[in-house]
Ligand binder design. Structure first.
Ligand SMILES: [Zn+2]
Ligand SMILES: [Zn+2]
Length: 369
């Protein structure tokens, strides 16, 4: 069986995406499902491929915040979604290493090879361009900047068909990361205090989750319009350029924040956040560090700690339904962060994302019917 469909292909690290017809020369194998994509969010990690020093093979179909309808399954041992089910796609994991067995799939031993570096090698190639040349598939197990994605059933989370499917994809990565840091890693609740550094998609999802959980939150960003959003979702806004930032955060958090979530990897902001933590406070880092992060003396004194947080420490099958439930209750309005674009306008979406004109672009493939 060959399925031909529209996909956005990245052919070089410098050039725009090209929207092309591609072909999937396969049916789902046991443990796999074929998903007709309703919408796919654009995440910083997609765009970071351009700066990955060539580690991600090209040409490739990126996209790892897909949501859609299951149109075929390969059966198999997993308790897989069935044809017609609505699913949100998340990151890939092996399911049997030590961390997967400990319900920590974001720290899967095979995370990098399964998600970041082109997925599983396939010979003969299953996803090809119009000339028959192989495309790197299975970016985060999905490659969902496309009308269809072949996905390990393990990555798919069934959702209520009453939900706005085309908007749900970012619950599989960006919004999962921010909300999971608050709800899982920090397990923050009423009486807790949090400072969020960087009010992008991840930071604003953290703000929303914190507000839903009754946490007092301060949000720090350079852009006034992002601070306006953070304030709308329940945080006290503070400009990143404010003089005496740690002191101001401490004043707003009853003497110091219990938790800080950094989405910026900016050394001055990380140091400011550590200075603003109360003793025993924890700073979570979600961005990957590309340069050394010097810490000022005293920042880790008195039980303060730092840890990296991947994918919000989430088990997607647990956290995604929790977030859609909060959305249905009006307490996690993630749809307000989204602007949709036709998949054909992916380059405009990337420019808007880079320029900070949109918090979360979601790309909609062309419908054939
Ligand atoms: Zn694993
Ligand atoms: Zn992502």
């Amino acid at each position: 069986m060959t399925t031909r469909f529209q996909a956005a292909v990245l052919r070089s690290y410098e050039d725009p995406f090209t929207v092309e017809e591609v072909a999937l020369r396969t049916e789902p194998e046991p443990g796999e499902i074929l998903v007709e994509i309703a919408g796919a969010g654009m995440c910083r990690t997609d765009l970071a491929v351009r700066r990955s020093a060539g580690r991600s093979p090209l040409p490739a179909v990126l996209g790892h915040e897909g949501a859609g309808v299951v149109v075929a399954t390969g059966g198999g041992p997993d308790i897989a979604p069935g044809v017609g089910d609505h699913v949100v796609l998340s990151f890939d994991s092996c399911g049997h290493c030590r961390n997967c067995r400990a319900a920590a799939p974001a720290y899967c031993d095979s995370f990098a090879s399964l998600n970041l570096f082109g997925g599983r090698a396939e010979e003969p190639p299953r996803l090809v361009d119009a000339t028959g040349k192989a495309l790197a598939p299975r970016w985060f197990g999905q490659s969902s900047f496309a009308a269809y994605a072949l996905v390990p059933a393990r990555n798919a989370v069934r959702v209520d068909p009453a939900l706005p499917l085309e908007l749900l994809g970012p619950l599989g990565c960006g919004f999962l990361t921010g909300a999971g840091a608050v709800l899982n890693t920090f397990a923050a609740g009423p009486g807790d205090t949090l400072v969020v550094l960087g009010a992008g998609a991840v930071g604003l999802a953290a703000v929303m989750a914190a507000t839903a959980a009754g946490v007092t939150t301060v949000a720090v960003d350079r852009h006034p319009e992002r601070l306006d959003l953070a304030e709308r979702f329940g945080a006290t806004p503070l400009s990143a350029g404010s003089p005496g930032l740690p002191e101001r955060i401490r004043r707003l958090t009853d003497g110091g924040a219990q938790y800080a979530l950094d989405t910026t990897a900016s050394a001055p902001l990380v140091n400011d956040a550590l200075h603003a933590l109360r003793p025993t406070g924890t700073l979570g880092l979600v961005a990957r560090l590309h340069t050394p992060l010097p810490l000022e003396p005293g920042t880790l004194d008195r039980g303060r700690g730092i840890r990296h947080i991947c994918e919000g420490d989430a088990v997607p099958g647990l956290l995604i339904p929790r977030l859609t439930g909060l959305w249905q209750a009006g307490r996690f309005p993630f749809d307000q962060l989204i602007r949709t674009y036709p998949l054909a306008d992916i380059n405009e979406a990337e420019r808007d994302c880079d320029a900070g004109r949109v918090v979360k672009p979601v790309l909609l493939p062309e419908r054939r019917d």
